[in-house]
Design a protein. Sequence first.
Length: 477
Amino acid sequence: MGREFQTVLAALLKILPDYEDMLVENLVRPFILKDEDYKLLMDIMLGEFNKGLGKETNPTAKVKMYPTYVRDVPDGSENGNFLALDLGGTNFRVLLINLNGQEVTMESKIYLIPQHIMTGTGEQLFDHIAKCIHKFMSNHDLLKEKIPLGFTFSFPCKQIGLNHAILTQWTKGFKCEGVEGEDVVRLLHEAIKRRGDIDVECLAVINDTVGALMSCAHSDRDCAIGLILGTGTNACYIEKLENVGLWDGDYNEPNQVMINTEWGALGDDGCLDFVKTEYDRQVDKHSINPGRQIYEKMISGMYMGEIVRLALEKLRKHGLLFGGKGSEELSTRGRFYTKYVSEIESDVDDHFKNTKQVFEELALEKYSDEDCRIAQYVCSLVSTRAAFLASVGVAALLNKMDRQDVTVAVDGSLYRFHPHFHDLMEEKIQQLVKPGIKFKLMLSHDGSGKGAAIVTAVANRLRDSGKESIGENGLEN
Ligand code: GLC
């Protein structure tokens, strides 16, 4: 080899890492949004909230802003034994909850919902749920008792009463025939009746966001937003009745109601297209509900791992990762779990212990420290974008409510297990809220159980009075 060529080659090898970095950067740059983009997105979100709230504009709005029948936070005097069902999160659970003032005890059991039931018929789904309730009651020696039940049903529903909720459309991988357009409490009661061996009445149905808010408000009266960052994402908040065009209940005190925003559907009319990446488009295309829940698909746990996987695959195919050699696992849709993102980002030093473990699980044979660093970088871009996008929604709500001090109750596996989500959100929300508004992000514990029990406790007190919504001290309205 000529001397000159060797010198050129040496020089090239020196700049190669920089050049590679540049190529990597080019492929993942679309995940990086500017401050102005986030500000614009907040204005878009705010516009969508108002569209959903307006009587005339609601029919064409994508963010539906459903009024719930919960009008106030709990006063802490709720007590008794309650059953709760939690459907729509990572797991399906049946719970037994005892409320006694601030003291809450809880027992719960996770039951599997097999894939064929998630996408089968409604009758199969509710028969399965009734079977699980029976099993749970039998194991807890409750078969002879009559215990009120609260149902945390975490899908978009138009509520027409505290225990009437009409599913508008399935989200998050569920698609059971014959349930959309139906009252899910009626379907549950029918399944219970078909069995004939349990005496259970569902007194309240709530969204998981409402559960989170209620559960946190039990000990913090400033709590006015419930946020879920888990399999899906959504938020609820307390709105003044005068702003709720769809409200058809009374205007007694308290003149407010919790609104289930169903913000996951933001973007279903194309308004997020300017920030979507090719990876987002692919995730949407291969999902069970293409074109729907666009904002949710850019944020939540059901999709984050897949977005990262697609980006890693792209880098790999360009020879920028793993020396271009992947694995069947890495090429398989859904195989890069969202928990990997949290694990990889939890590595704090150059040993990359978790990252290498993930690579092993993906049967990758050859990887360098540089590969670890790149994978970590991709994960952090995708999760940071998710945290900032969620912050846009929270800031829009805070600015809209315009209260001085607000506690945001947050629940969900993504928020709980990701090492930086909380800090990233605090930083971004702070940038976006009007000066003077103070907020706190608080982890809400077991809202889907405790929140359902609290609402059911009040509903139980109300049931004989013929009242339809829960208001001041649970006694009015
Ligand atoms: C989905 C559901 C919504 C729920 C959220 C979080 O967006 O449509 O009702 O609150 O997931 O579980």
